[in-house]
Write a protein that binds this ligand. Structure first.
Ligand SMILES: [Zn+2]
Length: 585
């Protein structure tokens, strides 16, 4: 039986022709050799595993070959070629500067430079990772690099060109190696598979190439590993299983769920991914990559940035065309926020689930219970925003963190989310305010002029409900919301005592006895309104909350006192406040 040789070694390129993914560069080198215009020093730059050292060896072999082929390649048969391939030619000296970077190591090289070639025309000194040389070693090397003997050629290689001293750079002819494309790597692995009797599937090979991140050498060792464990049959399934790669089918499926507003399906997919042992942050980043790929695939001009095989590219563009462009920005913002918050989140799974729910609400209104999550239809990147207030006794808008100081401070509800829906303008309609965005969501629907038209399109898709509302139905929905949020003690008690009244066909008024209750309403207003509008099938319904001054006289206590009172009644609230780091004093 033949001795097993790893593919990276067995298929190491022997000629310029067989170097993968560097066609332009290798043909330039070949031409230089053919026309006998050789520089004394070359610098090969590029990421690891792209063929720098291989090209340096091929170069050394070609210029010393005793009978080069008509198209300028080494014969690989003559004595010189064979000695270089075996690695025992005195004409080729290799130094790995990553581990040999002292002045003495360089002295050894500069001494050797004095010995002329044997049996060939040139002595080639290959210094790998040249940026790793110590500065003393650099200096010792510089003199030799400036005036080497005529028969000496230096080939310096580096993964970090910016770390190479300018004095060295200026003395070298520089060649920049490209990252090898996925397509090129897949072709090469397919070729090797055909030579080795290994069955391959291009989707599987693509997963390998992606994992290798542009390095052919890495791709081939992964190839060997997968070939061995899949008994010579590299399929997509065997590859993702072997490499513990998350199947991109999951991402396609998730985006389908987001588009359809199918939040339960998205949450179940996320659960399946976790069950397979994938880390949530890894998953978030993978999903962000997927969305980035979709965005790139959406425009034919950027489609070439999509580094993938043709059939996967087609899948991307098919899914991409099913989504409006605005969706990508909103989705990427949600994922970016989740990524930023991930490290500090105590419940990471919940954070990701919340992001899934938000993503699922971008295009379609959610069904209960997910409709109670803040919906951000448009990106909220801008710190300034515009809110439209409906006419009220005093259309007063203020930031949520500000404590109410005036007794008569009604909380007004605002126009429905959709900009195209209009409420009848009143004396003080269209109060425009500009304010800093606070961390707490308020009843304001934020707008961004750039996205307005797209938002209007979304709104078009969402049906506008406007059914007649009775006070009985309103009170029923009112109670249902209160029962669904028993943990919000202040709100719950305020709702119980507020005695809501119908002041107009689509307008309701609730009276409370204390500013802290106003604040509780204000915080809950977006969810409360959304709930009421949905339950009562009327998107134009508005709610005002006002202080009942008659009640207030008897309850003239500052908010802290009021909170203390509440805590005494509800020990749970006290615990909650401690968790929220709120101050009672
Ligand atoms: Zn030869």
């Amino acid at each position: 039986m033949d001795k097993y040789i790893v593919s990276a070694r067995k298929y190491r390129p022997a000629t310029f022709q067989s170097v993968v993914g560097q066609k332009a560069l290798t043909s330039t080198l070949k031409n230089a050799i053919a026309s006998d215009r050789l520089a004394q020093a070359y610098l090969f730059c590029g990421p690891r595993g792209v063929g720098k050292t291989s090209c340096a060896r091929i170069f050394a072999k070609t210029i010393n070959c005793l009978s080069p082929t008509p198209n300028g390649e080494a014969c690989c048969q003559c004595e010189n070629c064979k000695a270089i391939e075996r690695g025992n030619s005195v004409n080729v000296v290799e130094l790995d500067a990553a581990s040999n970077n002292s002045v003495d190591d360089i002295r050894d090289i500069t001494d050797q430079v004095q010995t002329p070639p044997q049996g060939g025309k040139y002595r080639v000194f290959i210094i790998d990772e040249v940026h790793m040389l110590s500065s003393a070693a650099f200096n010792a090397f510089l003199k030799t690099l400036e005036e080497p003997p005529r028969y000496v050629i230096f080939i310096l290689a580096t993964t970090e060109k910016h770390k190479v001293l300018p004095t060295i750079l200026s003395r070298c002819q520089t060649y920049d190696f490209r990252r090898i494309t996925i397509e090129d790597m897949v072709d090469q692995m397919e070729y090797i598979g055909s030579q080795e009797g290994i069955k391959t599937d291009r989707r599987g090979l693509e997963v390998i190439a992606r994992k290798a991140d542009g390095a052919m050498r890495d791709a081939l060792s992964i190839f060997d590993q997968v070939a061995a464990s899949s008994r010579g049959n590299i399929t997509y399934e065997s590859t993702i299983e072997n490499l513990n790669v998350l199947d991109y089918d999951y991402y396609f499926r998730l985006v389908d769920s987001f588009r359809e507003g199918d939040i339960p399906a998205a949450l179940l997919t996320y659960r399946d991914i976790r069950a397979k042992g994938f880390d949530s942050l890894f998953f978030l980043n993978g999903l962000a990559d997927h969305i980035r790929n979709l965005m790139v695939a959406a425009d034919p001009r950027t489609a070439e940035l999509l580094e993938t095989s043709k059939d996967v590219a087609q899948r991307y563009s098919a899914q991409a065309t099913s989504l409006p462009l605005q969706w990508y920005y909103a989705a990427m913002k949600i994922l970016n926020d989740a990524d930023v918050q991930y490290r500090t989140a105590t419940n990471k799974q919940f954070l990701v689930e919340l992001a899934m729910i938000r993503l699922g609400q971008l295009l379609k209104p959610a069904t209960p219970p997910f409709d109670l999550v803040d919906r951000e239809i448009i990106p909220l990147g801008d710190i300034t925003c515009q809110a439209q207030a409906v006419p009220g006794p005093v259309a007063n808008a203020r930031s949520t963190e500000q404590a109410p100081t005036v007794a008569h401070t009604p909380v007004t509800s605002h126009t429905p989310a959709a900009p195209h829906t209009q409420t009848a303008p009143g004396p003080q309609a269209d109060t425009h305010i500009v304010r800093k965005r606070s961390g707490i969501s308020s009843g304001f629907r934020l707008r961004d002029s750039d996205t307005e038209s797209t938002v209007a399109q979304y709104a078009e898709q969402r049906k506008d409900h406007r059914e007649a509302v009775t006070i009985e139905a309103f009170l029923e929905a009112w109670t249902a919301f209160r029962n669904a949020n028993p943990q919000q003690h202040i709100l719950s008690s305020a709702m119980r005592n507020s005695d809501p009244r119908q002041t107009a066909p689509e307008e309701f008024l609730a009276m409370v006895g204390h500013p802290a209750e106003i604040q509780a309403f204000e915080l809950a207003m977006p969810k409360l309104l959304e709930f009421l509008r949905k339950e009562l099938r009327n998107d134009h319904l508005t709610l005002k909350v006002d202080i009942d001054t008659s009640r207030q006289v008897s309850k003239q206590i500052p908010p802290q006192e009021f909170l203390k009172e509440c805590v005494e009644k509800n020990p749970l609230l006290g615990e909650l406040l401690v968790k929220l780091d709120a101050e009672l004093s």
